[in-house]
Design a protein. Structure first.
Length: 253
């Protein structure tokens, strides 16, 4: 009995100590594994959060790399690294510049042609730009004339067909040296129904060397209309290049 009791006591003590050792040993083996799993899951969550955050800032909110770096208190190189890491394509210099000047998106919206009057104005505007527009300039829509009705018609085309804000339109005025700048400006503002503030302050004055008939023809100078938007310029030029297809779409059925 005594021997059996001692044996049980020894076994109890031994089992208790052994269990404690085993638990400690087990935890020492498992804890790093659990820690690694937690860190891995947290790391994945962090990466997912970074991807979402960066996509939101760069793509949806259209912030620049510099703005994001400043917002997140890190270097621009780090932002560029994560953009490449997540496969988010960077904007070109041209796209970045366009976005800087148009933070709210395109300042125009092509309207649908609903009736014959819209179709006429659409065709008229394309024809005017095709014949009189300065297509060599690749960053803005430009058209110049001595005829206020021509400029006014083209302005109506931009306003109706492309829904532009006419307050963003600018004008340049060129006159002969014997003309009154004030009278010329008043004339054009009245006929175009625009404010003097929409004219560039720099007035181009040409010395009087032209023939008498030519000077009489341009009594009020030459006005150039400017709408500084590359996308709209490219859109109009592409439409003119595809004029046959455009006319087919406008053809009554």
């Amino acid at each position: 009995m005594v021997n059996e009791k001692k044996k049980k006591n020894r076994e109890g003590i031994g089992n208790s100590e052994e269990r404690e050792v085993r638990v400690v040993f087990k935890h020492s083996m498992i804890l790093p594994f659990i820690k690694n799993m937690v860190e891995l899951k947290c790391g994945k969550a962090l990466v997912s959060m970074k991807r979402y955050q960066l996509s939101k800032l760069y793509i949806l909110e259209k912030k620049s790399v510099r703005e994001i770096a400043k917002l997140l208190h890190c270097s621009e190189n780090k932002i560029n690294y994560w953009l490449a890491k997540f496969g988010i394509p960077k904007r070109s210099i041209a796209d970045a510049a366009y976005l800087k000047w148009n933070p709210n998106g395109d300042p125009f919206s092509p309207a649908s042609i609903k009736n014959s009057q819209d179709a006429f104005l659409y065709g008229l505007g394309l024809g005017l730009y095709w014949g009189e527009g300065n297509k060599s300039n690749r960053v803005s829509v430009r058209i110049g004339s001595t005829d206020p009705m021509l400029i006014k018609s083209f302005l109506g085309f931009l306003r109706t067909v492309y829904k532009i804000d006419t307050q963003r339109v600018r004008f340049g005025l060129q006159i002969f040296s014997e003309m009154s700048p004030k009278k010329a400006l008043t004339f054009w503002c009245k006929h175009l129904n625009v404010s003097p503030g929409q004219f560039y302050k720099k007035l181009v004055v040409t010395p009087t060397r032209a023939q008498e008939t030519y000077r009489k023809k341009i009594q009020h100078g030459v006005v150039t209309l400017y709408f500084n938007n590359k996308k709209l310029r490219d859109t109009i030029c592409r439409t003119i290049q595809n004029i046959d297809g455009v006319l087919l779409e406008l053809k009554p059925r």
